[in-house]
Write a protein that binds this ligand. Structure first.
Ligand code: FMN
Length: 168
């Protein structure tokens, strides 16, 4: 599978089998995330792999959708704005960019090993901050359910290249 095929294979999976994920696959994903680049190599992130109760139940409350309940694992992807690089000329904090790259490594690695995943940012962040303890200084940026897909992928809808790219 080349990189384009991997990009095509990854999709937002919203139906999971409940069977557990093999430890080797999780370790492979963890290593791919660890290798992600970040501004000034700050690596301002932490990832919490959640597969047990009551933690899964707390996350389900923070993202109250039926489809996420079957996923055998959810990764809480956290960023630390204090650790992230800040561009001196305008003060732009790069934590959002860094965590996005690492999370994309996560979902692409998951797709490579045959697992479904979905970026989830529309969770109740204040509720999560209250009920799901995170390491000091970290905030949850995304939840990523992981598991074997229960239904096939849907067709990708994307803007055409000419709407997205320009050449100068
Ligand atoms: C930053 C980000 C946040 C997202 N948040 C959610 C979400 O909260 N819930 C959800 O069901 N999908 C979420 N998605 C998935 C997008 O809807 C999805 O990636 C997009 O529709 C393209 O579909 P595809 O991933 O199947 O190619 C999110 C995706 C990204 C990149």
């Amino acid at each position: 599978m080349n990189f384009k095929e991997l990009c095509e294979r990854r999709y937002s999976c919203r139906a999971y089998e409940s069977r557990p994920i093999e430890a080797e696959k999780l370790e492979y994903i963890q290593e791919c995330v660890r290798l992600a680049p970040s501004a000034v190599n700050r690596q301002p992130w932490k990832f919490i792999l959640v597969s047990g109760q009551p933690e899964l139940g707390i996350l389900h409350e923070c993202y109250n959708r039926e489809w996420i309940r079957n996923a055998p694992a959810i990764v809480v992807c956290c960023q630390n704005r204090q650790e992230a690089w800040v561009r001196p000329c305008d003060g732009k904090n790069h934590a959002d960019i860094d965590i996005a790259i690492a999370v994309e490594h996560l979902v692409l690695a998951a797709a490579e090993v045959g697992l479904g995943s979905c970026w989830v940012c529309n969770f109740d962040a204040p509720l999560l901050a209250r009920n799901f303890p995170l390491p000091q200084g970290y905030e949850a940026a995304a939840l990523v359910p992981l598991g074997y897909p229960a239904v096939p992928a849907t067709e990708k809808k994307r803007k055409p290249t000419e709407d997205v790219w320009e050449t100068r």
